[in-house]
Design a protein around this ligand. Structure first.
Ligand code: ATR
Length: 282
């Protein structure tokens, strides 16, 4: 360590590891904050093939990296390579934020659930998690983070449905009795009386079919949010809005999940505001 050049020790570098990584918006997001706060640091996309993950993670701290975000397909596999895994990352079964500690240990956390809740609170400050049941559509990796954060926020009944039912059953067995599984064929019924409804599938994303769940049971005043943010206004959000729901798009979750990592690596809690939104959308 001592023969490292000064620059690599003093200018912190963070990045995002994934495969492929070209489409990640994280470099724009963190780059915006670095520039805005005048911080001497770098944030770069790092393409890492699955077979190279362990070796790259060992090398990154020696190259001046203070941490990294993790995206597909490494979010699950980094858990086995980390020295310290937070409880929420273990419960979700995936990590999106790594901190390379000065003692050489790799600390893995998951801030997706935090980002999900912070996005709702920013755009719908009057939202009350325990006002009524929450309904989550989807049971993939992103849905697991949503489920964990909704339960942590105090939701008393969490309904979930998924095309592949076994994944929803798995979530119930891991997250406990507040979780109620609905069959995909009866997903519309799940919305009856729900006060919070979340699309955590990839349906509605550009180039993919729209979510085809009947939304007739959505009551006005329900909070509807989508994890998809390309497009910002998904067919699900459009219909929910037409039914009088309060809607929150998915971009803010991406922005907010990035904030804790930035603060740990670069020493300043960054703001999530319209300027950042515009920079990421540009
Ligand atoms: P992520 O980490 O983004 O959640 P994922 O783990 O691949 O990605 O999960 C994608 C989610 O979208 C799952 O709930 C998936 O349903 P399955 O578990 O049945 O695959 C859902 N999904 C994707 N395409 C779908 C489609 N055409 N119809 C229904 N659900 C779909």
């Amino acid at each position: 360590m001592d023969d490292q050049p000064q620059a690599s020790r003093h200018v912190p570098i963070a990045g995002v590891i994934g495969w492929p990584i070209a489409h990640s918006r994280s470099p724009i997001l963190h780059g915006h904050w670095l520039k805005r706060y005048g911080i001497a640091g770098h944030y770069i996309p790092v393409p890492v093939a699955p077979e190279d993950l362990a070796e790259v993670l060992r090398a990154m701290p020696r190259m001046g990296f203070v941490g990294a975000n993790v995206t597909i397909p490494h979010k699950e596999s980094v858990l086995a390579l980390a020295d310290v895994v937070t409880d929420r990352a273990a419960l979700i079964g995936a990590a999106n934020t790594l901190i390379f500690r000065p003692d050489g240990k790799i600390h893995a956390d998951n801030t997706d659930g935090y980002g999900f809740i912070a996005n709702i609170r920013q755009h719908q400050p009057d939202w009350v998690p325990d006002l009524g049941p929450a309904a989550v559509i989807g049971a993939g990796g992103a849905a697991r983070a949503v489920v964990a954060s909704l339960l942590e926020s105090g939701v008393t009944e969490l309904r979930i449905t998924n095309r592949t039912r076994i994944r929803a059953e798995q979530i119930r067995s891991e997250f406990g009795a507040k979780v109620v599984v609905y069959d995909w064929a009866e997903a519309g019924n799940m919305l009856d009386g729900a006060m919070t409804v979340v699309n955590a599938t990839s349906m509605g994303m550009e180039g993919k079919p729209a979510l085809r769940i009947p939304l007739d049971a959505l009551a006005p005043g329900t909070l509807a949010t989508d994890l998809v943010y390309t497009p910002l206004m998904t067919p699900f959000l459009e219909e929910a809005q037409a039914r009088g729901c309060h809607i929150v798009d998915g971009l803010g979750m991406l922005l907010h999940q990035a904030a804790p990592g930035f603060e740990r690596w670069f020493g300043r809690r960054p703001e999530v505001d319209d300027e950042l939104r515009r920079a990421v959308l540009a």
